[in-house]
Design a binder for this molecule. Structure first.
Ligand SMILES: Cc1cc2nc3c(=O)[nH]c(=O)nc-3n(C[C@H](O)[C@H](O)[C@H](O)COP(=O)(O)OP(=O)(O)OC[C@H]3O[C@@H](n4cnc5c(N)ncnc54)[C@H](O)[C@@H]3O)c2cc1C
Length: 325
């Protein structure tokens, strides 16, 4: 059985930053595991023929000094650029958002394609059940969205107290359906390939990834609102895609669609979140929940975002190290 001091479940921005922070603070006995084929979680990029689309986060903003200083470093290394927004810049990763996640995780111990199905409390820590075998950890950082984290704990009968459960239940996520279309001709989006104003009801954002500068083909993604996505989440993909095309085809000639794909995010954005950077559960061994739904008390933002995932990951790892000292 694999044994390690700290396991981080989830290799999205929070998990990666927790890992980076542990490493910077001299910790070597840790492991990040993720069920995905790549690191990044909602920093997701897919290929369609010779084209590419970011179908999760499109860009990020920096409101806090800590995150801005990190972003400045990424800018100077050339891994991110400003996309648009003069006073309030939107930054994007060159070559797709997933590339940034891969770069940030490149020197971390990550195991992919491993899905944790339950967490059990043991005498020395926690036992994680996976299809590839059990993993034993003394301490855990769980960065998967709160409803999924709770399911893992409930599956393993971890005795979470009522107060912690009540706190966890305050977090609510909304889904997001994303229509992804390869077009044979340019779309009618503005020059930079981004539109989030005056869109038909149900659409929150549209992006042409050719104009964004990451794709050789015109790959258009259409992001639906949480409410619309909730209503249509369980419908057949071809029905959902037809609805999305009907709503958005003012911005492209619908005969020009060469490929249509649907991405379903069940946990896209935390519409109800906590004003605390992590939740350390009252258990005999450290188990800390982190992720974008945990905001610092002084965060002026009204949305969970890449920056909140970043901050939560860093502060969770710092907390764990400080409690170990
Ligand atoms: C459609 C969409 C658009 C967005 N647009 C923006 C934007 O423009 N700007 C912005 O700032 N933010 C945006 N966001 C939000 C941003 O992507 C998230 O806030 C951030 O990426 C969350 O990071 P995280 O590490 O907290 O979670 P995730 O990225 O969700 O990471 C969690 C990881 O846990 C893994 N996992 C889950 N369950 C298990 C399990 N049982 N075993 C092992 N691994 C598991 C998952 O595979 C995943 O990799 C968007 C999100 C979506 C979905």
């Amino acid at each position: 059985m694999l044994k390690t001091n700290i396991v981080i479940i989830g290799a999205g921005m929070s998990g990666i930053m927790a890992g980076q922070t542990l490493k910077k603070r001299g910790q070597t006995d840790f492991l990040i595991i993720d069920k995905g084929r790549s690191v990044g979680g909602r920093m997701a990029t897919r290929r369609i023929d010779a084209g590419k689309a970011d179908h999760g986060a499109q860009f990020f903003t920096a409101r806090t000094r800590r995150f801005q200083s990190e972003v400045n470093q990424w800018l100077s290394e050339g891994s991110v650029v400003r996309w648009f927004g003069k006073n309030h810049p939107r930054y994007m990763s060159i070559d797709g958002m997933n590339k940034l996640a891969k770069r940030l995780a490149s020197d971390l111990p990550v195991m992919l394609n491993i899905e944790v199905t339950s967490i059990r409390l043991t005498e020395t820590g926690y036992l994680l059940t996976t299809m590839e075998g059990d993993i034993q950890a003394e301490q855990l950082i769980v960065t998967v969205p709160a409803p999924q984290a709770e399911a893992l704990l409930v599956n393993g009968n971890v005795p979470i107290n009522q107060e912690d459960l009540n706190t966890l239940h305050q977090i609510k996520f909304s889904p997001c359906l994303v229509g992804i279309f390869k077009l044979s001709r340019p779309s009618k989006l503005p020059t930079l390939g981004h539109l989030d104003q005056n869109l038909p009801e149900g659409i929150i954002r549209m992006v042409d990834h050719y104009d964004k500068g990451i794709s050789h083909e015109h790959i258009l993604s259409v992001y639906m609102t949480g409410e619309w996505s909730q209503q249509h989440f369980n419908e057949e993909p071809h029905v959902v895609l037809a609805e999305i095309v009907k709503k958005s085809n003012h911005y492209f000639v619908d005969q020009a669609i060469e490929v249509s794909q649907l991405k379903k995010w069940r946990y896209a954005e935390a519409v109800k979140f906590l004003r605390q950077p992590y939740l350390s559960l009252s258990l005999p061994h450290p188990l800390v929940l982190a992720g974008d739904a945990f905001l610092t008390a002084d965060d002026s933002g009204k949305h969970t975002r890449l920056e909140t995932a970043f901050t939560s990951g860093v502060l969770t790892a710092e907390y764990l190290i400080d409690t170990m000292m």
